[in-house]
Design a protein around this ligand. Structure first.
Ligand code: 13P
Ligand code: SF4
Length: 325
């Protein structure tokens, strides 16, 4: 077993060395989402949540951006920097949530609610963004919705758990919420939270707003059935920041398990436990070292959004970035 591990480690070091060589040669920037595998997080120039990655992609001078994440994230980078080459190491790295609505379906919903302002979660295709008024991420969804006059109806797509969380937090009664969900987060049940609370009474709970338990958790929080000072509903970037500053020593984390690596690496004296070990996004895990190396060597696979779509999709993304400064 030891022998296999040391051989794997050698292979990882060899690939890392080659990737860094090609990265230098290409003048590329490697950015990675918080859910990426440890080897990718370790060699990325920047690791972050959806909002931080789009801000970083918009600000870089690098001519080539290699996006270690999923397809909609690389599309957003390409929309923001149309003159740059944006690469994704595997074109099949999609997102079940983004796939839950397409532009034709959104146009149907817009016809049903012609006066509504469309707010799309960033986990959507470029075509859906092109049909939207605002984008948002889990970091800024409440802020974006609060920036829209209270008398305007809002059509929120596509995550129903995030939509419900935003409606409850803002107190907004005029939000139409599309019934989409992420297969990784939707499976979380309120009993997952209460069972783990019994097992780890001193732990703080960090819960992503895409989780299927979010509405019930908010209800339990309001009724005092779960303690408000120990339960936080946060984006992945919010979890990273909170874990750094919190005096707690133990955290239960309800999101994709890839984030545990960064949480542990940055806070070696604290302990982080997955709410469920099966919260694994197979799309995020499609990005591997050999595929990243191929991407840099052969400039594959370029993510390019047609100009007509990109020009329309840029408007809601830029509105979001402006409100998030
Ligand atoms: P964050 O913006 O919180 O990183 O979330 C992205 C995502 O895909 C969650 O599943
Ligand atoms: Fe999409 Fe869910 Fe994977 Fe996030 S965890 S990228 S929402 S499928």
């Amino acid at each position: 077993m030891k022998k296999i591990n040391s051989e794997q480690e050698k292979e990882r070091q060899r690939l890392t060395k080659e990737i860094l060589y090609w990265k230098e040669k290409r003048g590329a920037l490697i950015i990675a989402h918080n859910y990426q595998i440890p080897a990718i997080q370790d060699l990325a120039d920047f690791v972050g949540d959806s909002l931080e990655l789009s801000q970083r992609a918009a600000a870089t001078d690098a001519r080539i951006i290699v996006f270690c994440g999923v397809h909609f994230m690389a599309e957003s980078a390409s929309i923001l920097s149309p003159k740059k080459t944006v690469l994704i190491p595997d074109l099949d790295a999609g997102c079940s949530l983004a796939a839950s609505i397409d532009a034709t379906e959104l146009r149907k919903w817009k016809k049903r609610y012609p006066d509504a302002v469309v707010v799309s979660y960033v986990n959507t295709s470029a075509e859906v963004k092109a049909e939207s008024d605002y984008c948002c991420t889990s970091t800024n969804a409440v802020k974006i919705v609060n920036s829209i006059p209270g008398n305007r109806q809002i059509l929120f797509v596509p995550d129903m758990f995030l939509g419900d969380y935003v409606a409850k937090t803002t107190g907004r009664k005029n939000m139409i919420i599309y019934p989409g969900e992420c297969h990784v987060h939707a499976r979380v049940r309120p009993s997952d939270i209460t069972d783990k609370m019994d097992q780890h009474p001193a732990a703080e709970f960090l819960i992503h707003p895409e989780c299927g338990c979010v509405s019930s958790c908010m209800h339990y929080l309001a009724s005092g059935d779960i303690p408000a000072n120990k339960t936080r509903i946060l984006s992945t970037g919010g979890m990273i920041k909170h874990a750094r500053k919190s005096p707690s020593k133990e955290f239960v984390v309800a999101t994709e398990t890839g984030i545990l690596y960064r949480l542990k690496k940055e806070n070696p004296q604290k302990s982080f436990i997955a709410l469920r070990d099966d919260m694994v996004c197979r799309f995020m895990k499609m990005i591997t070292l050999p595929k990243l190396l191929n991407s840099l060597k052969n400039l594959e696979f370029e993510v390019k959004v047609p100009k007509e779509i990109a020009d329309r999709a840029r408007i809601p993304i830029e509105r979001m970035l402006k409100l998030s400064k």
